[in-house]
Write a protein that binds this ligand. Structure first.
Ligand SMILES: [Zn+2]
Length: 351
């Protein structure tokens, strides 16, 4: 959730260097043409379009226009006009491109939709549409690059837990008294490499157990298989695993059967080391999971597809914050990459 400091960050954050240096100068009045040329060069909007009236003469020309985008594509043959945003990420947003850029900055800085709408003088629905589209781009990136989330390695400790069953938080918010209990009891597999602080985390909603409304031994069994498969996909062999017995869909007893991981410890066994009456082990686990508990909670209360998006966005932000490029720069490159790939495929299909 956004706070005042979030909105301050829109103006002062170190994260914003790329935005300040590259994009901001093009947002000043009179520089609209530069912004649009840059978007074209970046591949954020199309560099060339053809008119459906076809033929060699169907190639449309870039022309000045008295519209919000200042430019439009025009066909020399049939005079048909086409928006410069056609088929781009920017096509569906009813506001000028400068404001879309600023909304992207807000999303990167986790400014709430409400605050962004107010700051940018945009309708909330427009901001949410931009935010949702950005989450989708981030999610696509996560799905296409899941190898970047390999955790652990020889003798590195990797923690495995299932939200909300395990040791991630004492009282999951969605279970608090007085809060509407979600009818959709999602189970979220969470994996953390704890060799560094903050720990690197990978999360995923377990499909089997979260799609079935009824519990049955068969569903649980399939969920266990799914969880074990995810662990082998995302944890490097030789890691030391730490699991617990609390969750039926990923219990220690099942994790210890994985053959790539000769060392598997149980949280319950570790807890025996606690000084009687204290809960140091549990507190350490809660600290490790702190950064992901909120998003797990949030995704309990929405549709599964939306929950998956939220978790992917969490993973995306975590990865980008470990690199030197800014979130704005990364998401713009990923928008360009994903949309130009779509255009390529469409040309290929219609050729
Ligand atoms: Zn035409």
């Amino acid at each position: 959730m956004a706070t005042q400091s979030d909105s301050d960050e829109v103006r002062h954050g170190n994260e914003n260097k790329y935005f300040d240096v590259v994009i901001k100068p093009m947002l000043t009045p009179g520089h609209e043409g530069e912004l649009i040329e840059w978007m074209k060069d970046m591949g954020l909007i199309k560099q060339a379009v053809r008119c459906p009236c076809a033929g060699q003469r169907g190639k449309m020309v870039w022309s000045k226009a008295r519209i919000v985008d200042k430019y439009t594509w025009v066909c020399r043959a049939c005079s048909k006009k086409l928006s410069i945003r056609s088929e781009s990420f920017f096509a569906g947003f009813k506001c000028d491109l400068k404001k879309v850029m600023l909304a992207i900055l807000c999303w990167c800085n986790r400014v709430s939709g409400e605050v962004a709408a107010k700051q940018l003088d945009l309708r909330l629905t427009v901001v949410f549409r931009i935010y949702d589209s950005l989450s989708q781009v981030a999610s696509n990136y996560v799905k296409a690059h899941s190898d970047e989330w390999k955790l652990g390695g020889e003798n590195v400790v990797v923690l495995v837990d299932v939200y909300p069953d395990g040791y991630m938080s004492t009282v999951p918010r969605s279970m608090e008294v007085g809060r509407r209990r979600s009818t959709n009891k999602k189970r979220i597999l969470c994996i953390a490499e704890i060799s560094q602080i903050p720990s690197r985390i990978w999360v995923k909603i377990l499909e089997e157990v979260s799609s079935n409304s009824k519990d049955s031994p068969e569903v649980t069994q399939r969920a266990v298989q799914e969880a074990l498969h995810e662990i082998t996909e995302h944890v490097l062999p030789g890691s030391i695993l730490l699991a617990n017995e609390r969750s039926a869909v990923c219990p220690f007893s099942a994790v210890r059967t994985l053959k790539d991981f000769p060392m598997v410890h149980s949280v319950e066994h570790l807890k025996e080391l606690n000084v009687p009456g204290t809960r140091a082990v549990e507190e350490n686990l809660e600290t490790i999971w702190q950064s992901v508990v909120d998003v797990c909670d949030e995704s309990q209360e929405v549709r599964k597809s939306v929950g998956s998006l939220l978790l992917d966005e969490f993973l995306w932000r975590q990865l980008i914050s470990q690199t030197t490029s800014s979130k704005v720069e990364s998401i713009l490159h990923q928008i360009a990459e994903q949309y130009s790939e779509r255009w390529r495929q469409r040309r290929h299909n219609t050729a």
